[in-house]
Design a protein around this ligand. Sequence first.
Ligand SMILES: C[S@@+](CC[C@H](N)C(=O)[O-])C[C@H]1O[C@@H](n2cnc3c(N)ncnc32)[C@H](O)[C@@H]1O
Length: 193
Amino acid sequence: MKFDQSVDIDLLPEVYNPSDDSYLLLQAIEVGEGERFLEMGSGSGLIAIHAAKAGADVVAADISPHAVECTRRNALRNGAQIEVVQSDLFENVRGNFDVIAFNPPYLAVEETSSSWIEKSWSGGEDGADVAGPFLEQASKHLTPNGRIYIILSSLGGLRTLLRAAKKQYQSALIEEKHMFFESIFAYRLEPDI
Ligand SMILES: C[S@@+](CC[C@H](N)C(=O)[O-])C[C@H]1O[C@@H](n2cnc3c(N)ncnc32)[C@H](O)[C@@H]1O
């Protein structure tokens, strides 16, 4: 999807500010009109709003009450119809999707705190605490030709997660961005049949 300059995002405290990884994921995603689209970990709602504007039927899920509120407000602000649910991964998500997108919390950290903003970027000791279980569960929530778009980073669980992904999915690298401190990758995954 192309970044739409007219999308107007207002942040709330404790909510992830859209960054390089958000825009790389946005760029990698292809979604068609009428397709069922789930954004896991929607944060501000930037990606979910773009998908709704592209004509997809959108559900946004986030574990954080602040992100849920922020996605709802931004959807209203941008006239986008999105069903927003508070959910720990797929716990409260119903139905199957043609596209599931996730920019997970992936930074490897030694000590964790329980603040919502830290939950938005912390992937635990090896960076795979959230993305690992997501990859295990996501294939069950796809339609038969469904696909996943996910961000992986050199700063968190890249090898572990790629190994886990390759057990279950065919993977294709769609976009990458290299910065002096980090490389980020947007992958498309399709379940192995
Ligand atoms: C890196 S931020 C991405 C936010 C937004 N999608 C973007 O790209 O700007 C990760 C998001 O995942 C959410 N999150 C973390 N753990 C989660 C979980 N177990 N289930 C659902 N969402 C989760 C965080 O609250 C946060 O909003």
